[in-house]
Design a protein around this ligand. Sequence first.
Ligand code: F6P
Length: 341
Amino acid sequence: MKIGVMTGGGDVPGLNTAIRAITKRAFSEGYEPVGIKNGWLGMMEDALTIPLTLEAISGILPRGGTILGTSRNDPFDYEDGPQKVLDNIKRLGLDSLVVIGGDGTLMTALRISKLGIKTVGIPKTIDNDIAGTDYCIGFDTATNIVMNALDNLRTTAESHHRVIIVEVMGRDAGWLATLGGLAGGADVIIVPEVEMGVEDIAEALRERHRRGKTFSIVAIAEGAKPKGLKTMPETVVDKMGYIKLGGIAHALAPELEALTGYETRVTILGHLQRGGSPSAFDRVVATCMGNMAVELIKNGTFGMLVAYRNGNVVPVSLDEALNGKPHKLDLDLYRMTRYFS
Ligand code: F6P
C-alpha cells in the first residue's frame, strides 16, 4: 500500500504533526507513505516527492509549517489539470491519497475521489470554518497567538491611554477574533457574521471611558466590514485571483479616533498567526486525525473526511461534510463576549 500525503492551502501549525502521525502509523501497518510536494500544484506539475521515512519525520512533531510545502492551486481550474493529477498518481504508483487542507483543497480532494482515487481528507485552517467538522488543525495555536498579542498590547494601551485595534485573520469567519478576543480580554470584537456600525464601536469605547477606563482593545476579523465605514481598503488579488485581505483596521482607526477623540493605534497580526510550534491541543488532534486517516485506508473506507465532532475524532463522508452545513460562528458565544468589555 503506497500512500501519497499532501498539504494544500495556507499553512498552519500542526501540519507536520499530522504528517508524522500518518507516517508512523503507516509504517506500523507495513505501508509506504510518500510526501507530495506543494499540494495540488505539485501533483499537477512535476509531482516531486519526498520519501516519508522515519528519519525524514524525526523531530517534526513540534515544528510549524509543512515539510511538504503547499499551494492554493486547484487542478480543476486548468483544462488538463485533473488528467495530469490522475496520470501522476498512476506514475507514482499511489494506491491512496491523504489530503490535509482547507475547504478549497478538500473540495478538490472530493472531486478527485469522484474520479476513482482512494482519498481521505484532514481539515486544517486557522479560520476554523470548514464544513462538517467542529475543529480544524491550527485554530487553537492561532487563538493562543492572538491571546498573547492582546496580553502584550493591553499594557502599552493602558500606559498610553490609547485604543489599539488588533486585526486578526478570519476571511469569512469570526472564530479567531471571538475566541482569541475572549481569551485575551478584547473590549470590542468585530466579526464578519454580525453587523456592527462604526458608531456602535465608538459608543462601546465611550461607555468604557464613562466607567473610568482610559484604554481599550478592539479585535477585528480581517473579513469584517463595519457599517458606515467611509473608506474601505483597496481590493487586491494574488496571482490565483484570491482576494488578499488585510487593512480593515487601518481604515477603521482614523474614523474611530475622529468619533471618540481617543488616540488610536493599529496592529495587524497577519501571518504571525500561522507560525510557530503547535499547541498541545493541535498536536493531539493532528496526531489522532493522522492516525485515523491510515486506519480508514486500512479498512478500505475512502472518500472520507476525518472530522472532529463533539470532542471526538470521527470519519464522515467528504461529500456530505463539504456540501453540508458550514461551520458557523457560535453566535451565543459571540454575544456572551459583550458582557466582558
Ligand atoms: O485561509 C486561511 C487564511 O489564513 C485566511 O485567514 C487569510 O485570509 C488567508 O489564509 C491568507 O492567505 P495568504 O497566505 O495567501 O496570504
